[in-house]
Design a protein around this ligand. Structure first.
Ligand SMILES: [Zn+2]
Length: 238
């Protein structure tokens, strides 16, 4: 059953499921949906009361998942359209020369992202390839010094630096126990500080697995203003 409560200016939608259980449980899922599991005899009033009590926690959970939720509006890849790179807006400028064989190319020129192509239908592919190449080199450049500093501080020098890119629909990054950092290439659209925040967040998971207080404390020690960058990331690409 679908329902909603109002909490301040925010509406919290939730799915209610009755089951053979003794207590009421609330879960916020990575897709930002809220699931309430309640014992069969619970009234809707009781459910709503419990949700109101937990509302700020629910909002916090949602905003946390939102950080790892890349969602960019569909682009058309035509001249004049703006595209983000390292937090800055660039306007697409498409130079298409139909009857001449030219080398296809993408380059930053002032506040323009210039695409030279034989075929306008190639623009999307060329821009995507350009982003990927940029993501690989920039992420490496940003992550390597952060990794080296982190493993030194935390006596993790057995770990070797390994970075890879993977498109993930609901996450910005992840980290394996062996220290391999996996980043979402979409991050290249965000400012450097946001990229650093995601990398530092993942590095902190090498010490603490969960997002408990000790994890938060460590993250704050490693990056004082992480909250600012987290918010920027949410706003920019949400
Ligand atoms: Zn995490």
């Amino acid at each position: 059953m679908k329902s909603a409560i109002q909490f301040g200016s925010k509406q919290i939608d939730f799915n209610l499921e009755y089951s053979n259980r003794k207590t009421l449980g609330i879960t916020v899922k990575p897709d930002l949906s809220v699931l309430v599991k309640a014992p069969v005899d619970t009234t809707l009033e009781k459910v709503e009361e419990k949700l109101r009590k937990k509302a700020s926690w629910i909002i916090r959970q949602k905003s946390f998942f939102l950080t790892f939720y890349p969602k960019t509006p569909a682009k058309k890849y035509v001249g004049g359209e703006t595209h983000l790179y390292l937090g800055r807006q660039y306007q697409l400028k498409v130079k298409s020369e139909k009857f001449k064989v030219i080398n296809e190319e993408v380059k930053l020129k002032g506040r323009f992202l210039e695409i030279i192509t034989n075929d306008k239908n190639n623009v999307k592919k060329l821009v995507e390839e350009w982003y990927l190449v940029k993501a690989k080199s920039k992420f490496y450049e940003i992550a390597l010094p952060l990794f080296e500093k982190f493993v030194k501080t935390h006596n993790l020098s057995l770990l070797t630096f390994h970075l890879s890119l993977r498109s993930m629909p609901t996450r910005w990054g992840s980290c394996t126990p062996k220290g391999k950092i996996i980043l979402n290439p979409e991050l290249i659209k965000a400012p450097k500080g946001c990229i650093e925040y995601v990398i530092i967040h993942e590095l902190c998971h090498l010490v603490h697995h969960d997002h408990n207080q000790r994890f938060i404390d460590l993250q704050t020690k490693e990056m004082k203003d992480w909250e600012k960058w987290k918010m920027k990331l949410e706003k920019l690409l949400a």
